[in-house]
Write a protein that binds this ligand. Structure first.
Ligand code: KIV
Ligand code: ZN
Length: 558
């Protein structure tokens, strides 16, 4: 028989699907399965102490449903449950969850692990897909339903013997997305009935996994909407999503399925999990956060969370991982840097222009909400532009480069970056700025400038300049109607070029006794163009004259 190796998965029949025109308007319940699905897929699973640290971190950021393991799988797993419960390490509002296969001796052991907990979710699973039933279990549908029902009854019986604990039930028809949806419904209805105590206050969790991502995200959403519409006691269950990322679309599948009516999402931080992983909860949660939804999870120190996860799992986070990757908010290219720089300066206008507090080119969320520092946003290499370079100097050194000077500085930084052939640090940008504009080598060295107000008219200045020109001491004097014009009139007597001072820009850096004045002075040389010089001094006039001397040295160099 000739059949294709692969085929297009069939969609379920749902022509009146509603989810495409819905939006996610509130947060689902988030369930971390890091310590079970995530941990079981690590090359070096976490040891009990590492799991404890991970558990505390999950509680600290706000998870209320946490699958902490598979207690019947090993002594360590079992002991971990006991350690948390016996040492009172579980916050009162947190449900710990444990997975079990639907087999009597494993259920017994699992329930033993939960003894004495305040809140627990016992999670049983079985795969009702034809693939599993035929190829793995060799079971018929009736047998499979009977197994799930028996497991559920056993769990209920044992849970009833623990009245001091609030034990909830979660059931997963594994490979839900590869299973006939009507059979999944039939199975889940039978399980719901066997549990017998699902109510809106204490709903049963029906977790519908895309155990392997075999379909596009819209198929998952259809299947979730179908389940939500057809389950008999919809208000007494929580419909839960559990997607894996085999086709790289788990986040999309999760979002569409939330639109389709799901209430809860299981996943892991940064998507650890079997094969290509579970859905990444950091991305899901921050996506909703970026749309103004209160997620209940605090990622204001996402870098700290990322560091903990990397250290405990031994798995590095990729540079471009959404939200947490080192480059998640970094712009290297000049046009992006320039736009970010402008957008950040005009952020105050966003509320009126766009009706929202944050609207910045190339940054869909404010990185500082996630504890990311702005100075890391713009990184400089040979592709970088003037805006990014100006941004780096402003952020790291408080230096406000005037717009007209930025292209020239940009060219020097680019030449430098090309010459070293790598990304450069803001200290190197600062050195280029200093060497080229503040202290360029040249024939002139200012020794002293002494401006004195006229005895009769204090606005009229007599200026005396001591300057070395090509190593020779010179003293020149002139008058002017301000300290700068007196200086210009004096220095012109020894300068080798004629020049005109244009309007210049001043700023002060720091405050109090340590404040520094910076002056950015453009000198125009007829027929040659405009040359900026920059001066720094505790006195603003002295800063301006230093800038003029720096400008003259740059002209001489040209
Ligand atoms: O991926 C899956 O189906 C699972 C189940 C055990 C819920 O991890
Ligand atoms: Zn899974």
């Amino acid at each position: 028989m000739s059949v294709p190796k692969y085929k297009i998965p069939e969609m379920i029949d749902l022509p009146d699907r509603q989810w495409p025109s819905k939006s996610i308007t509130k947060s689902p319940i988030w369930c971390s399965v890091d310590m079970r699905d995530g941990n079981q897929a690590l090359p070096d699973p976490m040891d009990p102490d590492q799991k404890l640290e991970y558990f505390k971190m999950l509680c600290d950021v706000g998870f209320k449903h946490i699958e902490i393991g598979f207690p019947s799988a090993s002594q360590d797993e079992f002991d971990f449950f006991r350690r948390l419960i016996e040492n009172d390490l579980i916050p009162d509002d947190v449900f710990i969850m444990g997975l079990t296969q639907s087999r009597p001796h494993l259920i017994e052991r699992t329930m033993e692990a939960f003894r004495g907990c305040t809140r627990g979710i016992v999670h049983a699973y079985i795969a009702p897909s034809d693939l599993h039933m035929k190829q793995v279990f060799g079971m018929e549908r009736e047998q499979l339903v009977a197994t799930a029902v028996a497991a559920t009854r056993q769990i209920r019986e044992l849970a009833d013997q623990m009245p001091e604990s609030d034990i909830r039930y979660e059931f997963s028809p594994e490979e839900y997305t590869d299973t006939d949806p009507d059979f999944s419904l039939e199975l889940c209805e039978a399980v719901f009935e066997a549990w017998g105590k699902g109510t809106p206050e204490k709903p049963v969790i029906m977790n519908l996994p895309a155990t392997v991502e075999r379909r596009p995200p819209n198929h998952y959403a259809d299947m979730i909407e179908y389940f939500c519409r057809n389950f008999s006691q919809r208000d007494s269950i929580l419909v839960s999503l559990h997607s894996h990322n085999d086709q790289g679309m788990a986040v999309a599948a999760t979002e569409l399925s939330l639109m389709a009516g799901a209430d809860r999402v299981e996943g892991t931080l940064f998507g650890h999990g079997e094969r290509t992983g579970n859905v990444d909860l950091v991305t899901c949660i921050n996506n909703l956060y970026s749309r103004g939804i209160d997620t209940g999870i605090d990622f204001s120190d996402l870098a700290g969370v990322a560091e903990t996860v990397e250290r405990l799992t031994g798995m590095p986070i990729y540079y471009r991982q959404p939200y947490a990757g080192e480059y998640a908010f970094t712009a290297f290219s000049g046009s992006h840097q320039d736009a970010i720089n402008k957008g950040m300066h005009k952020l105050g206008e966003a509320p009126e222009r766009f009706g929202m507090g944050w609207k910045v080119p190339y940054l869909h969320v404010d990185p500082s909400d996630l504890g990311r520092r702005f100075e890391r946003l713009i990184r400089i290499n040979s592709q970088s532009g003037k805006g990014g370079i100006a941004w780096v100097l402003e952020q790291d050194y408080g230096i406000e480069i005037p717009k007209a000077m930025q292209p020239e500085l940009g060219r020097y930084v680019q030449v430098y970056s090309e010459s070293v052939g790598r990304e450069i640090g803001s200290n190197e940008v600062h050195t280029v700025f200093q060497n080229e504009f503040v202290a360029p080598k040249g024939p002139y060295e200012l020794v002293r400038y002494w401006p004195r107000p006229d005895e009769n008219d204090p606005t009229f200045i007599h200026g005396e300049v001591k300057v070395m020109v090509n190593g020779e001491d010179k003293t020149v004097s002139a008058d002017g109607n301000g300290p700068i014009s007196a200086f210009v009139n004096a220095i012109k007597q020894v300068a080798e070029v004629d020049f005109k001072v244009h309007d210049y820009h001043e700023q002060s850096i720091g405050d109090g006794a340590d404040a520094q004045a910076m002056a950015y002075v453009p000198l125009e040389v007829p027929g040659q163009g405009v040359f900026f010089g920059v001066g720094a001094d505790s006195n603003i006039d002295q800063a301006a004259v230093r800038a003029i001397v720096a400008g003259l040295n740059r002209i001489a160099k040209k």
